[in-house]
Design a protein around this ligand. Structure first.
Ligand code: CP3
Length: 348
């Protein structure tokens, strides 16, 4: 495999010295890019995920067009429940929909036990092909959803406002919830291990809905299973990033869950979190994604505030506090990336 020409991201994950702060953004392979929309016009979302050539093409677009320091494999967190037998549809204006949600024991029993290296082979093929096509330009990130975030979609049947179905399950039938979460954790660890085996240089666990739980329930229903995934993922020195959204209350425990990097949403002050977490983990984030609607001058001003807040030294991976929004002009992201590349060296 080609030697990495730019390993800033991996060094920052390991809190090793870097010449400047690396940057990539969540959802960087997506609809804000006209080049993505051109590919997407030709095929539906899941076909793109399942066709390694297309997945590799859109994964590499932001590396070529925007100049980010890492690529993240184009896929979705919901391919795991789909492989377990749930019928997934991506509806244009609505997002993902599962037509037969899992809300009781009989529907949970129908979930297939899968082996990700064969049942999700198309993802591993996409990782391997993307690695080849990147040819060492930047590291490749693999990812999965947290068991809690997956269960949320599986029980709600899609996006949700009150999360009533998944909440009913954890409060009325906690054993059922735990048995599904446990199964998802096992599959996810095998899935991340297979992605690493296929060539992923780092992995990120997306816990988008962790913040819908109370502090105690976050520990019981989300963090515990994230810990299990990290403990069971086979890796040599590939860093693990945990991104839980809306969990100010639990950063101290996330720092102890085995993660190398903690992803922060934009509502927290990254410098304060750095003081709390200390040398236990690197930090990733955390510019408000809607700052990218502002003028280039104001984007640079707000980005500098994040750099200033983190302060001097290694262990910071610049990112947004959540995914880039589909209606952001690509040149605004380019302005952010160029700014971090030229201005962050004075923090090192
Ligand atoms: O980050 C990347 O560029 C890699 C690809 C990636 C996608 N989804 C592609 C995608 C990643 C890492 C994800 C993760 C994901 N998927 C999460 C966790 C991160 C987050 O944003 O909170 C979640 C919750 C999902 C589930 C999901 N997939 C939703 C809610 C939606 C619809 C909303 C939306 O943003 O469109 C998707 C669809 C999806 N996943 C798209 C993309 C590029 C848009 C689909 C399209 O092109 O029509």
């Amino acid at each position: 495999m080609a030697k990495l020409q730019n390993d800033l991201f991996l060094r920052a994950c390991r809190r090793e010295e870097t010449e400047r702060t690396p940057i990539w953004v969540m959802r960087q392979a997506g609809r804000y890019l006209p080049e993505y929309r051109a590919v997407r016009e030709q095929s539906d979302f899941l076909t793109m995920c399942k066709t390694p050539e297309l997945a590799a093409e859109v994964t590499i677009q932001p590396v070529d067009l925007i100049g980010v320091d890492a690529a993240i494999i184009f896929s979705d967190i919901l391919v795991i429940p789909e492989a377990m037998g749930m019928e997934l549809e991506m509806i244009e204006s609505k997002g993902p929909v599962f037509h037969n949600p899992v809300r009781d024991k009989s529907s949970a029993d129908k979930l297939k036990t899968i082996d990700p290296s064969t049942d999700l082979k198309y993802v591993m093929d996409a990782v391997a092909l993307t690695k080849r096509e990147l040819n060492g330009r930047v590291p490749l990130i693999g990812f999965c959803g947290s068991p809690w975030t997956l269960l949320t979609y599986m029980a709600e049947g899609g996006g949700s406002k009150n999360f009533s179905h998944v909440k009913k399950m954890i409060f009325n039938e906690p054993e059922l919830a735990h048995s599904i979460l446990d199964k998802l954790a096992d599959v996810s660890a095998a899935y991340l291990s297979a992605k690493i085996e296929a060539g992923a240089d780092a992995v990120q666990i997306f816990d988008t809905w962790g913040g819908n739980l109370s502090q105690r329930d976050f520990r019981e229903f989300s963090l515990r299973y994230i810990e299990k995934i990290i403990a069971n993922t086979k890796r040599t020195n590939q860093p693990v990033i945990v991104f839980s959204k809306g969990v100010h209350h639990s950063l101290g425990s996330i720092a102890n869950c085995g993660a190398d990097v903690i992803g922060l949403d934009w509502t927290m002050d990254i410098g304060e979190v750095r003081r709390e977490v200390g040398s236990r983990a690197a930090l990733q984030g955390n510019l408000d994604p809607t700052v990218l609607y502002a003028s280039h001058d104001n984007i640079r001003l707000r980005a500098r505030e994040v750099l200033d807040s983190y302060g001097h030294g290694t262990g910071h991976i610049f990112n947004l506090g959540h995914g880039i929004l589909p209606d952001v002009p690509p040149e605004n992201l380019k302005a952010l990336v160029d700014f971090i590349k030229t201005e962050s060296n004075s923090y090192h």
